[in-house]
Design a protein around this ligand. Structure first.
Ligand code: NAP
Length: 534
């Protein structure tokens, strides 16, 4: 095994799904590549988010690489929705199978990246002071990887244990006979609650905004199902590429407003029973039309309510006042019925906000909860956090933080003006979190690789988008978002979950297929919007 280069052609930051794919593509295009990874293993979010119950809410066969047909054929998923340990095994398998570790340096967290204009190279410093450089810098740092900082009054006083869902200890946590509190009821909290409730003595769930969740309908994958997928994997991938979301669901062309009540109800029942996250696609206008959405939201509220036996808990847990899907919905396994257990309490922080932590637990404005363990499942500085936490300086010493001070500015969600040869994967302005992110990662990296090859074969040393192209792209992203209900609702898509973050809708709502068509057109027109220099 050779040591990774300190000054390769390409520096990749992160060895999660995007980082590994970047290594594969950069190698294949004849570049030397080194990936710097903050953790001591591959996997990115799947390396860190080891909390009880963690699993993917995109189907395993779709949440996987498509770059190698052999890999597709040899890997055997055991469940429709894979657990975190199974996904981590898969990522490790990929790293081993393609010898990717040869090009990864672990325990290297990038703190600074500076573009040296004289030599046209990115100079990178990591937390331990190590230095690296690369002609290209690929930020494969993830859209949901920078944990949101939450510091409660008196947090240092608490004598119990504190954990974060996004940094769960590798060795696990013994919750037996413990009084546990979980703050947050997004996807992480909702996945954790049913599992933790079975492990601990008592669980208190501190909920601020009740969210919508659809049952996962998870289950083991039979040999017959596995064989059927593998026999037609190419057409499954093509269908996903040509869908709005990159999931294995084709969007309905039908409006929820143009069918009878009975037909609508029947379609909702079908989606509830099987579609999981794909529920949003069961009619074409659930995310664009308030009336259509109200039908769906009412249906889901009813279904949620039916799972909860205590009317008082039901009153607090059923989401209200915002349309389904506009804040990222969850896909759960037994979340709501967990509140029928005698050892589970719901604390509604809208009625009783958190006041402080003390030695023995958490006090809201109306009650003190004695706790041995407190878990923060409070989410992420989504889409921009992992790019803005490090110090990144582009041409003329301009900080990315300043360039994005009023919201992220990208061209196609892949690059930013003034930051030559720096590329971001599944970043703001790409379909990213509104898509099967595996699809967005692979499509984005394939396209970038082609563009780099075009640039080099034409004798150029640097490339970046023009200010004009970037401005028009951001405008287009906003215009597309304004055709939907997303901007109207507080969510991390809009930056609302992080105090002080500019309110801008960040992902691209034009769909996986629509986005790819734009990428293809840009490439066919000689990478219009990019400026290449010798
Ligand atoms: P999240 O969706 O942002 O949820 C954070 C939760 O914490 C919300 O309920 C939020 O309440 C609450 N919260 C935040 N700050 C708080 C505070 N200071 N006091 C009280 N409550 C607070 O984060 P997440 O659950 O980690 O999920 C993030 C995303 O990761 C998901 O949407 C999904 O895209 C991804 N994820 C995916 C999977 C998967 O299956 N693939 C699994 C887990 C996560 P408010 O809503 O009121 O802000």
């Amino acid at each position: 095994m050779s040591s990774p280069l300190r000054d390769p052609d390409v520096l990749v930051i992160g060895a999660g799904f995007a980082g590994l794919k970047a290594i594969v593509s950069m190698r294949a295009s004849g570049h030397s590549v080194t990936a710097l990874e903050a953790g001591d293993g591959v996997g990115g979010v799947w390396f860190w988010n080891r909390y009880p119950g963690a699993r993917c809410d995109v189907e395993s066969y779709d949440y996987s690489y498509r770059f190698s047909e052999e890999l597709e054929q040899e890997w055997r998923w055991s469940e429709r929705y894979a657990t975190q340990p199974e996904i981590l095994s898969y990522i490790n398998h990929v790293a081993d199978r393609f010898d990717l570790r040869d090009d990864i340096i672990f325990n290297q967290k990038m703190t600074d990246a500076v573009f040296n204009e004289a030599v046209k190279r990115w100079e990178v410093t990591t937390a331990d002071g190590s230095q690296f450089s690369g002609r290209y810098l690929i930020m494969a740092t993830g859209s949901l990887s920078a944990a949101k900082d939450v510091l409660l009054p008196g947090q240092d006083e608490f004598a119990g244990e504190i954990y974060w869902s996004s940094r769960w200890p590798k060795e696990g946590v013994d919750l037996t006979a413990k009084r546990v509190g979980i703050i947050g009821t997004g996807s992480s909290g909702m996945q954790m609650v049913p599992v933790v409730a079975q492990l601990c003595e008592h669980l208190t769930v501190f909920q601020r905004t009740p969210n919508y969740s659809i049952p996962a309908a998870n289950g083991p994958v039979s040999d017959e199902e596995d064989a059927a997928v593998k026999a037609s994997y190419r057409s499954r991938r093509e269908a996903a590429r040509n869908s709005p979301s990159g999931l294995n669901f084709l969007a309905s062309g039908i409006s929820a407003l143009e069918v009878s009540d009975e037909e609508r109800e029947a379609e909702f029942e079908k989606a509830w029973a099987r579609y999981g996250f794909g529920f949003v696609l069961c009619f074409r206008d659930l995310i664009t039309d308030e009336k259509a959405n109200t039908y769906a939201s009412d249906f889901i509220r009813r279904k949620i309510g039916e799972q909860v036996s205590d009317p008082e808990v039901r009153r607090h847990i059923v989401p209200a006042n915002f349309p389904f899907g506009t804040k990222r919905p969850s896909v759960d396994a037994n979340y709501y019925p967990t509140f029928n257990r005698p050892n589970v309490t719901l604390a509604d922080l809208r009625d009783e906000p958190i006041d402080y932590l003390d030695k023995t637990g958490l006090a809201t404005t109306s009650k003190h909860y004695d706790l041995d363990v407190l878990v923060f499942a409070t989410g992420f500085d989504a889409l921009t956090g992992s790019f803005l936490k490090p110090n990144i300086f582009g041409r003329g010493g301009r900080a990315l933080r300043d360039h994005w001070a009023n919201g992220p500015l990208t061209y196609l969600g892949l690059c930013s003006s003034g930051f030559p040869n720096m590329f971001i994967i599944a970043g703001p302005g790409s379909p990213s979190l509104l898509s099967n992110v595996m699809m967005s990662i692979e499509e984005g990296i394939d396209w970038l690789t082609e563009m780099i090859m075009f640039s080099e074969s034409s004798g150029y040393a640097a490339l970046e988008p023009t200010v004009d192209a970037e401005t028009k792209w951001v405008q287009h992203v906003n215009e597309k978002a304004d055709e939907t209900l997303y901007p109207k609702v507080p969510s991390y898509y809009n930056g609302d979950n992080v105090p002080g973050k500019p309110r801008v809708f960040m992902p691209y709502t034009g769909g996986v297929r629509g986005y790819r068509r734009i990428l293809e057109r840009v490439a066919a027109n000689g990478y219009e919007g990019m400026v290449f220099s010798k």
